[in-house]
Structure formats: C-alpha cells, structure tokens
Design a protein around this ligand. Sequence first.
Ligand code: ATP
Ligand code: MG
Length: 253
Amino acid sequence: MTEIPPDHPRYESLLAREKVVDGVKKGFTSLQGLISQGRGESFDYLIGEKSPESALYAERAAVAAILLAENPVISVNGNAVALAPDKLVALAGLTGAKLEVNLFHRTERRVHLIIDRLKAHGAGEVLGKNPDRELDLPHARRLVESKGIYSADVVLVPLEDGDRCEKLVEMGKTVIAVDLNPLSRTSRTATISIVDNLTRALSNMVELSREMKHDRKDELMEVISSYDNRKVLAAALSEIQEHLKNMSVEIGD
Ligand code: ATP
Ligand code: MG
C-alpha cells in the first residue's frame, strides 16, 4: 500500500482508499467496489467526515437490536473486509453475531479470500461458502446459508445494494444498513439506517457493544421501541444541510 503521511489533513480518508485498492489488488474486493468507495467518500465530505448525532443514535439502536436478536448475522462483502476486518470480527465476538460472506460480484475465489482474511483477523466460523438457500433475487446476492442470513432475525448489511435490503425487510427481518448516502434505496428501505462511514460506524458499534451488553433486556427494548428511522433519516439530511450552511459561512467570511 502507498504510505500516507499520518499528519495529512485527510489521512483517514486516504488510508481507507488505499485499503480498498489493496483489496482489489489482492482479489477480495471487486473493481466496482472502488466506485462504491468513491461515492461514499463524496457523501462523507457532505457530512463533514465525522459521525453525526443521528448516526450515533442509529448505531445505539442497531447494537440494541443485535444484542436482543436470536440469530443476528453480519453480512460481509469485499469493501467491508478491506476497510475494517478487525472491527467486523470484534463486533461479531462481542454480540454473538455470525459472519456470512455475501457478494454481488461473487466468485468462489473471492469468497475464500474474504473468509481467510476474516480468519486471519481472529474470526471463528465464517458462513457463505456453502449456500443452501436462495432469496428471490436475480443475482448472486441471492445465495445464502440456512443457518445464517436465511434464518436471521437481524442482519447488519454494510454497503448494501437496495434490492437485497428490500428483500430482507420483506422477509420480516430487522435490517441494519450502513450507507453514507441517506437518499439511497438501501437507506430508505432499511429498518435502521446508519448514515455514517463504515469504519467509524463499526468502531462506534464495537464501543457501544462493550457498554450495552451489560444492560438489562428491558433497557435494550426501550432503545428500540423509542427509535424512529424516518426521523433519523430526516435528521441526517438536516445535518448535511447544517454542515453545508456552516461551510458556506466559513468560506464566505
Ligand atoms: P442503492 O441500490 O441502495 O441505491 P447504490 O446502487 O447507490 O445503492 P452502490 O453504488 O452499490 O449503491 O454503493 C454502495 C453505497 O455504499 C453507496 O451509496 C455509497 O455511498 C455507500 N458507501 C460506499 N463506501 C462507504 C463507506 N466506506 N461507508 C459507508 N457507506 C459507503
Ligand atoms: Mg446498487
């Protein structure tokens, strides 16, 4: 990977870019993943490259939902595993969620490379290489495992495409999406939409899991029952507007 000087003002963003490029070079991230990352970066600029209040709120609700779930699953793709393999494994370990590889641009080689990478970062079992069920979708995202995504009650889908998100919601699952674009179909369809950078969202969720796993069940249920995703999405858009207004004042001064 190209070395990024740590004092560069946009160090985190450039480092993330290098990680996705490295994922493509090593074969576990698709070429299309570069475009997704670029789209994400532009939305991150608009939210000011930090986790907005609305995202922190959604992340808390997401952790409550995962901790309360009977069969929570974290769906992993090539970008997620390039950006934050350690955080995916930590979140699974802290919450008891399963990890399952699920790819739009699926090849068996990529599935194996992603599983190997998660294992190198300390994962136990990783599902996804022996799909035995199919969702009603016209592409490879349909391939799932019966003990994983197929039967999951809560699914965390970092960097999802809109139609699988919709399908999982239709199946009655609680779908937690992480997507920097609050206008994407994914964000608008998910049960809990986290409008934040995946790397920051996962760090926050790991921290929250450490705290919240000791909370009582009724406290966790209260977090979920008071959560309103439409309000959170609207707040994310307002926070972008606010940030842009502040920037226009700062630049115009
Ligand atoms: P939809 O089908 O839901 O409308 P899309 O087709 O826009 O989604 P893709 O182009 O496949 O989706 O990209 C995935 C989404 O992930 C984009 O909306 C992008 O903003 C977001 N994204 C990319 N990288 C990150 C990241 N590091 N953190 C959070 N979100 C990201
Ligand atoms: Mg899409």
